[in-house]
Write a protein that binds this ligand. Structure first.
Ligand SMILES: Cc1cc2nc3c(=O)[nH]c(=O)nc-3n(C[C@H](O)[C@H](O)[C@H](O)COP(=O)(O)O)c2cc1C
Length: 200
């Protein structure tokens, strides 16, 4: 079956892309609101896109009537934390996507525990197994998308998710992260790892 993108509505293109590009990692992004409360929202248009310098990217759309708080906060503070989402926090992560008024903190509303970050002012989510502290590299506005590039300046990983710290081996499966699949409520776990031997 062929889909001609030019003849599809925006919502149809969204369904097609998010159904096909799976699984997607989820960045549960914390930012500081102007009143210094903590905003949290999930973004699955997210990935690591380079290591020299270490770069991550987020694709942030708009609410129907206004820009998303996350984008405004990143523009203002020039920093954010990407918290990686474990299965145990799936429901809270989903609930944090509610369209709350600006300056209403999802972290306060949902009773999420935070912890100070190492290098930036924005706190991380304490119960996530890993987080990446980021400073803003730049934002590209392309149509209705704000493409946010972040420099990763610090990483915190729960001790039991580090298999060998001297070799920087992360026990990725131990983090029990979830990923986004197609459909309105579709998610996947990250269990079921398999290895492919590299040919010399
Ligand atoms: C799993 C998941 C992934 C999401 N990914 C994105 C995304 O990549 N880009 C986006 O603009 N919104 C995404 N959303 C919707 C935002 O989380 C939602 O609009 C949220 O209210 C934004 O909050 P804010 O205004 O506090 O920034 C996603 C929602 C969920 C549940």
């Amino acid at each position: 079956m062929h889909f001609d993108i030019a003849n599809l509505t925006t919502s149809a293109v969204y369904k097609l892309l998010t159904g096909l590009v799976v699984p997607r990692p989820i960045a549960w992004v914390t930012t500081l609101n102007p009143d210094l409360t903590v905003n949290a929202a999930p973004f699955s248009f997210f990935n690591a896109v380079g290591s020299e310098p270490p770069l991550i990217v987020l694709g942030i759309g708009d609410h129907p009537d206004r820009p998303k708080d996350t984008a405004l906060n990143i523009e203002q503070t020039r920093e954010f934390v990407v918290n990686l989402v474990p299965e145990s926090l799936a429901q809270a992560m989903s609930d944090s996507a509610a369209n709350l008024p600006r300056n209403v903190s999802e972290v306060t509303e949902l009773g999420l525990a935070t912890s100070p970050s190492q290098k930036i002012k924005t706190p991380r989510l304490l119960d996530c197994p890993a987080c990446l502290e980021c400073t803003l590299e730049r934002i590209l506005q392309i149509g209705g998308n704000r493409i946010v590039f972040g420099n990763v300046v610090s990483a915190t990983v729960r001790d039991d998710c580090v298999a060998d710290s001297s070799k920087l081996h992360i026990a990725s499966d131990q983090m029990k992260l979830i990923g986004r699949m197609g459909g309105p409520g579709g998610y996947t776990t990250t269990q079921g790892i398999f290895q492919i031997e590299r040919k010399k």
